[in-house]
Design a protein around this ligand. Structure first.
Ligand code: TUI
Length: 308
């Protein structure tokens, strides 16, 4: 495909699997990369050696390029950056912060750098510092989100930078893909869409929650912490909302959240788990292999032609 994102990374379709902490492992990333997209292993809050293991798993399962996401709030981010460099992954994406000071080291190792940005200002800063592309993530996305929706973010970021823009947040079928491209994106990134994939390790309860969600089933917790997080509504999200209403402290908030991704992703605990999800969960209805999901996503697209 004649597309700058495909050319930059050597992939067939400009479709990224968004990094989801605890969920996006080497197996999922390899499956998406084998299907022609870009699989991305989530660094999350994991230690460097855990991520090295996932990278090695992905390398065993695919000879295609894949990426690693560095979550910049992680206490282990420096370890994960070091591991990504040593393992010479094809690209890194970053989230929840400004990766400016790391770009040079990644480039010296031959690694493409694609920061996730929630604003025009950060996109411009990243371009100036040499980023190869940016993911513009609208606040329809799951997990930690910025202020702006995809509809307003994509065209403004696309106008502001010359490097390719990958649109994320609110996409789960060809209409979303084509809308992103119409708004100036040259690629898309989807997270929630891949949770029900066969190759995804998320607990069956998590997958079913996504598949059964309606349009209004997500909520945003933790605005007062400065790190708002979009999740599916459940008992835990209601507890967070209560805490916010009652002026709870940062410590209380953190203690309520501790272990909550393990509870959702690994144990499938519907009450204690934090089920991070994008607002588009209401449109996600299919289980299947990553290859099937990618084919289904692109069926009908005027911008991306899917060929097996
Ligand atoms: O990073 C994400 N999504 C995430 S990270 C995550 S783990 C987490 N859990 C609880 C609290 C916080 C994080 C779950 N989901 N998406 C990319 C993203 N990046 N969204 C927003 C941003 C962002 C925000 C501010 C990027 C840069 C930024 O810059 C601030 C600065 O320093 O200039």
């Amino acid at each position: 495909m004649e597309n700058r994102v495909c050319q930059l990374l050597g992939i067939r379709f400009p479709v990224f699997q968004g990094a989801m902490a605890w969920i996006s492992d080497g197996k999922l990333a390899a499956a998406v990369s084998n299907a022609g997209g870009l699989g991305i292993i989530a660094g999350g809050n994991a230690e460097g050696e855990i991520i090295r293991k996932e990278i090695r798993t992905a390398k065993e399962l695919t000879d295609k390029p894949f990426g690693v996401n560095i979550m910049l709030l992680s206490p282990f981010k420096d370890e994960v950056i070091q591991v990504a460099i040593e393992e010479k992954v094809a690209c890194v994406t970053t989230g929840a912060g400004n990766p400016g000071k790391y770009i040079k080291a990644f480039h010296e190792a031959g690694i493409k750098v694609i920061p996730v940005v929630p604003s025009v200002a950060l996109a411009k800063k990243m371009e100036k510092l040499g980023a190869d592309a940016v993911v513009a993530e609208g606040n329809e996305a799951g997990g930690h989100i910025g202020k702006l929706s995809s509809m307003v973010l994509f065209p403004q970021v696309s106008d502001a930078v010359s490097i390719p823009v990958i649109g994320a947040g609110g996409i789960a079928d060809y209409r979303g893909v084509d809308a992103a491209f119409t708004l100036g994106a040259e690629g898309v990134q989807l997270g929630t869409y891949f949770i029900p994939a066969e190759e995804c390790k998320a607990h069956e309860n998590y997958k079913n929650m996504i598949i059964e969600a309606s349009d209004i089933d997500t909520t945003v917790t933790g605005r007062f912490t400065g790190h708002p997080v979009q999740v599916l509504r459940n008992r835990l999200s209601r507890k967070f909302e209560e805490l916010e209403k009652n002026g709870g402290s940062m410590e209380e908030y953190e203690s309520l959240g501790r272990g909550s991704l393990y509870q959702s992703v690994v144990l499938g605990d519907l009450e204690k788990g934090s089920f991070m999800s994008g607002q588009i969960a209401g449109l996600v209805r299919k289980k299947g292999t990553c290859e099937e999901l990618l084919a289904s996503l692109l069926e009908g697209s005027k911008y991306i032609t899917y060929e097996k």
